[in-house]
Design a protein around this ligand. Structure first.
Ligand code: NAD
Length: 324
């Protein structure tokens, strides 16, 4: 059995506690959270030990699960890796690029696994399209949320957009050529809403809009490629594919349209969305990587790459704001 210690049992930390309890290969060693009220709630609801010293909890476990606010990620990760503990750390990997680079180096020199909580990789709507040949040339993303002070210690880029940046970097196998961005700090000192265009060397362009000051929620990614449109609705866990019909498309809804090149038959389908809990799955996959000594599915290098793009976006927004 792998022993896990949970560091930070606020909003998301409680979801982690619930999910760890369901994973057969682990047992909870305890939790650490400096907030008395939150710790009291968890002690009452869960029969697990509270540690007052984070290092003692680290010593008592194999997996250090970090769901503390982003500015605390580095210190906890660094201590855990130096103690030879496997680390699951929520996104973003760290607060600054220097911290993220140092963590990547530390993990490289150690014998531990680190996974970053880019949970949308495990979203069933995204898993549903994994078997398709994905080669997008144009990507349109909207991630909109209502304002919530949780997460507001970082910009909307590091809080929300980083999920889409990570997904896009897994989909587009090409280097980033250019980034344009604008953003506005409305409710906090950092951008709360942003519009970003990322151009890749292979010609792919991704337009991303992220907002944490919207009235409605939306988490949608639309992929356009040579022969297909693929829609992924992360919020409602649905996906759809609209493409030119091929002989392999049987039992799908079709309709004809006249084009300058003649009549085309369009096939419309909704790929089967697996019934999975994304948080449970990411934690299970992490424990499997430890037990089978295989690479983690969202590595520290993935976490660093997403942060690198996020920070380039922030620099562009800063530059545009200063010059406006
Ligand atoms: N993957 C996702 O979709 C997703 C969603 C929400 C939050 N997050 C990330 O999870 C982290 C926590 O977010 P949250 O919404 O649960 O915040 P939260 O404020 O609800 O909870 C954070 C908890 O960490 C505790 N804490 C503070 N300093 C600590 C320390 N040094 N060690 C241990 N605990 C400490 C706080 O007391 C609090 O209880 C953030 O990094 C955030 O970016 C990820």
């Amino acid at each position: 059995m792998l022993k896990v210690g949970v560091f930070g049992v606020g909003h998301l930390g409680k979801f982690h506690l619930n999910n760890w309890k369901e994973i057969k290969t682990v047992e909870l060693a305890g939790f650490y959270d400096p907030d008395e009220v939150t710790a009291g709630e968890v002690l009452e609801k869960y029969q697990i030990a509270r540690f007052l010293d984070p290092e003692l909890l680290m010593d008592a476990c194999d997996i250090v699960d970090i769901i503390a606010p982003t500015p605390a990620h580095f210190e906890l990760c660094e201590k855990a890796v130096r103690k030879g503990k496997h680390v699951f750390v929520e996104k973003p990997l760290a607060h600054t690029m220097e911290e993220a680079r140092e963590l990547v180096q530390l993990v490289r020199e150690s014998n531990v696994k680190l996974q970053v909580g880019h949970v949308e990789r495990f979203n069933p709507a995204f898993l549903a399209v994994q078997s398709l040949p994905l080669n997008p040339l144009f990507i349109e993303v909207h991630r909109l949320a209502q304002f919530n002070p949780r997460g507001a210690e970082v910009s909307v880029i590091l809080d929300l957009m980083i999920h889409d940046i990570d997904i896009i970097l897994t989909l587009v196998k090409s280097e980033v050529k250019n980034i344009s961005a604008s953003g506005v700090a409305v409710m906090t000192d950092t951008p709360d809403i942003a519009s970003v265009r990322i151009e890749f060397n292979n010609g792919c362009v991704a337009n991303l809009t992220s907002s944490r000051i919207s009235m409605k929620k939306m988490r949608k990614m639309r992929l356009f490629q040579k022969d297909a449109y693929i829609g992924i609705d992360f919020l409602n866990k649905k996906s759809e594919v609209i493409k030119l019909k091929t002989p392999r498309d049987v039992d799908v809804f079709t309709f004809d349209i006249e084009t300058p090149n003649g009549k085309k038959t369009i096939a419309l389908s909704n790929p089967q969305v697996p019934e999975v809990n994304a948080i449970r799955l990411e934690l299970e996959r992490f424990t499997e990587a430890i037990l089978h000594n295989t690479p983690t599915l969202v590595s520290e290098v993935d976490g660093l790459r997403a942060m690198d793009i996020a920070h380039q976006i922030l620099q562009k927004i800063k530059h545009n704001t200063i010059n406006s």
